[in-house]
Unconditional design. Sequence first.
Length: 153
Amino acid sequence: MIDTINDWNKRLTIAQTGHYITSERYILINRFVGIPLVISSTFVSAFLFFDSTGFSDRLSILMKLLSILVALLASLQTLMRPTEKAEAHRSCAARYGNLKRKIEQFSAAGSAIDDWKNFSKEITIEWAGISENAPTTPQRIRKKANSIINNKV
């Protein structure tokens, strides 16, 4: 029973860590795409209000290229949906954390074997539900989470 609880705790910690790392990566992607998008679109929008006859051809070409960049960045952000993906991973990590706390509470209570059978069934069902609805964590991040947790132990 204790070995199983320790194994569950380790596996849940790895899964939780992997989802938090993935969430943070998507937040960075959102910033990496979103900030240049906002800045570029501001310049392009501001340029529309000026009379372009007074500007050089180079500036006019630059603004046209910048408007293409705006369209590309907006398309990337729409296609990748980094904010939505970050929230899905964060939510999943929190659910794994809740499951870990349930296991810790059960372990701290020193419950009997009969309670263990019911509890393990309940945890297995809940864990399967979380895993089934969880977004995929890239393999490199799972490996990173695994090495982080294994180096802590």
